[in-house]
Design a protein around this ligand. Structure first.
Ligand code: AMP
Ligand code: ZN
Length: 468
């Protein structure tokens, strides 16, 4: 049994997919006007854990993640860069795909871009018009009337007194205090430059919330299983998505809503607007690897806020080194010819996998899942200290670790980590020469490394060798 905390019902519930053995998953993707920061990646990482857990349990997942490539921020960014909108956003789309690869996030099946789905959005507005729920205001923009939709406020509780029906908000992002009729179609404004599409209501562009309704419906159907995002997306974004979709389609939109808590820095949400953010690239430049960052983002339960720190990255490095050492030791033991399956080892491996799975199926309890992994690590090391776990037993242990790694994706070192011994030695000799102020030798070693295809980068944590 898999259970998740469903934000829609404020409780943990058994996951029952619409079609047995399958799950439709929609996750709100990046607004491509800048490099995503690691706060964004916390959300994508939790979604990766969710997806991999479902797959681990034998469920086939169809995953859709949108790319927001038209909104206030992308338009402003393109104007500042003096580039056409699509050229400007392409750069950040490419960067996003590179970043998720670095973090070993499994790609979605479809990445629909908002600008490719304008006709689908217009269709939804037409239906809402026919039902009398959408209306065009004096400013020529089209709004969703929350007064005409009494079920508004399913996800976050909204006080009836707060409902400013008739009042309108045209911005994509607004606070709960200003709950009001929200924009489905924004009439053309000179500030938008050449970014506009024709519609039955005149030239303009869609509101942000509408894209997720249109694209999830297109790729996953009118009702689908799971929708995710960070908690900041609950209001207004997800609330508005529910209203538009359910009002247009007349059926339930999503069965399970899962939201992750924020990544924090010094007690505040990491965000671009506060300027307290690190991109993935910032942290890689400081000498940490993709899998170390993955480990940190993965290690805290998704509904708890995660306080980002470099100390946590150091701890990740140590934890991963322990796991690497275990694998190396098991690989050595596997070489020993021993075909006698040890029942104690079998039982240990079986229990470890069971505890691991049980933890993840309990609302993605990652701490308990990692505890199962480290209990196994300790027990295997003890056995190997006693000269046990050889041959076939070591092979089975490696297979168990590989199974766990289909969810964790941290057991294979990054390429950067795999520095041959002699190269590492040359880099250390160079460092020693520098310390001894023997710069001629240091330079010579650097040159030799360069000829062999390696560069030495001096990071705040000491020199680091990388493939050119
Ligand atoms: P955005 O590009 O701002 O639309 O955000 C993309 C995703 O990242 C959304 O699901 C947000 O909820 C999520 N997100 C943004 N900031 C944070 C943060 N500091 N911690 C966790 N998730 C975040
Ligand atoms: Zn969305």
């Amino acid at each position: 049994m898999i259970t998740f905390y469903n934000s829609l019902h404020h409780k943990q519930q058994e996951f029952k997919p619409i079609t047995e053995g399958q799950a439709g998953l929609y996750t709100c993707g990046p607004t491509v006007y800048n490099y995503a920061h690691i706060g964004n990646f916390r959300a994508y990482m939790f979604e990766d854990l969710l997806k991999r857990t479902l797959q681990f349990c034998g469920i086939k997942v169809k995953h859709v993640m949108n790319l927001t490539d038209v909104d206030d921020k992308t338009i402003r960014g393109a104007q500042a860069a003096k580039l056409p909108l699509n050229e400007f956003t392409q750069k950040y789309k490419d960067a996003f795909f590179q970043d998720i690869k670095t973090l070993r996030i499994e790609p979605a099946d479809v990445y629909p871009a908002a600008t490719d789905h304008i006709p689908e959005m217009i269709e939804i507005i037409k239906v809402l018009f026919e039902k009398g729920i959408a209306y065009q205001a004096e400013d020529k923009s089209v709004y969703f009337s929350i007064a005409k939709w009494p079920r508004y406020g399913q996800l976050v509780h909204i006080d009836q007194d707060q409902m400013k029906s008739g009042a309108r908000v045209s911005m994509d992002e607004y606070a709960k205090e200003s709950v009001a009729d929200f924009a489905l179609w924004k009439a053309y404004d000179e500030d938008d430059g050449d970014v506009a599409w024709d519609s039955p209501w005149g030239k303009g562009r869609p509101g942000w919330h509408l894209e997720c309704s249109a694209m999830s419906m297109k790729y996953l159907g009118k009702t689908f299983d799971i929708h995710c995002g960070g908690i900041d997306n609950m209001f207004p974004h997800h609330e508005d998505e529910i209203a538009q979709s359910e009002a247009a389609n007349g059926v339930k939109f999503v069965n399970y809503w899962l939201h992750c808590a924020h990544l924090m820095v010094d007690g505040q949400k990491m965000s671009k607007s506060l300027g307290n953010f690190y991109t993935l690239r910032d942290i890689l430049e400081k000498g940490y690897t993709g899998r170390e960052i993955r480990w940190v983002l993965l290690g805290t339960h998704y509904r708890q806020s995660l306080n980002f720190s470099f100390k946590a990255l150091e701890e990740a490095r140590t934890a991963l080194q322990r796991l690497d050492a275990l694998k190396t030791r098991l690989k050595e033991n596997q070489q020993v010819n021993d075909n006698n399956q040890d029942q104690n080892v079998d039982k240990l491996l079986e229990d470890a996998i069971e505890n691991f799975k049980k933890a993840l199926c309990d609302d993605l309890n990652i701490s308990a899942a990692l505890a199962a992994l480290f209990d196994l690590l300790r027990e295997l090391n003890k056995l190997m200290d006693d000269g046990k776990c050889l041959g076939v037993n070591a092979k089975n242990a490696l297979e168990t670790l590989a199974k766990m790694d289909t969810v964790l994706a941290v057991l294979e070192p990054d390429h950067d980590d795999q520095v041959p011994q002699e190269i590492q030695q040359m880099a250390e000799d160079r460092q020693a020469a520098r310390k001894a102020k023997d710069f001629a030798t240091a330079d010579e070693l650097r040159k030799k490394l360069d000829e062999l295809g390696w560069v030495v980068e001096d990071t705040p944590k000491g020199p680091r060798v990388k493939k050119k």
